[in-house]
Design a protein around this ligand. Structure first.
Ligand code: FES
Length: 147
């Protein structure tokens, strides 16, 4: 009789221990599974490359930075306090490398005087297509561009 009571107490304790373990384990497993399945907010997609384009604090609002990158260099433009954008530095007319005109925040093409605004839209000249845009974001103080 005493053995049966001891067995029941042992079983009860083991049930309580198992339930406690599952109560702790299940939420942790759920959180880990959810974080694994959640897509990253933004990061390189398949075939996409990430380029570090310097610090935000070293780029004044309204200024641009030329970033060398393979065959297609990029301009990063700081539009506002926490807003940047990245456009190709290659003219869409005949692939000349553009220059930044800080006086009126435009991109100038030295080859045939094509002019693009700071977001890459054609303002004048022979180019018919806007500059290619790239996704850009700020991580802490670093500007990151995805190509
Ligand atoms: S190559 Fe830029 S305007 Fe012709």
């Amino acid at each position: 009789m005493a053995d049966e009571t001891a067995d029941q107490e042992r079983r009860g304790f083991l049930k309580w221990l198992t339930a406690g373990f599952l109560a702790l384990w299940a939420p942790a497993a759920g959180i880990m599974t959810a974080s694994f399945l959640k897509p990253p907010e933004h990061g390189p997609r398949v075939g996409e490359r990430m380029i570090r384009a310097g610090t935000l604090s070293s780029l004044a609002i309204g200024e641009s930075r030329f970033v060398r990158h393979g065959l297609e260099p990029i301009f990063v433009v700081r539009l506002a306090d926490q807003q940047v954008m990245a456009v190709s530095a290659v003219c869409t007319h005949m692939q000349c490398i553009l220059h930044w005109n800080r006086d009126n925040s435009t991109f100038l093409c030295p080859c045939h005087d094509g002019v693009f605004d700071k977001t890459g839209n054609v303002l004048s000249g022979p180019p018919k297509k806007p500059l290619r845009q790239y996704s850009a974001e700020i991580r802490s103080d670093e500007i990151v561009v995805f190509t």
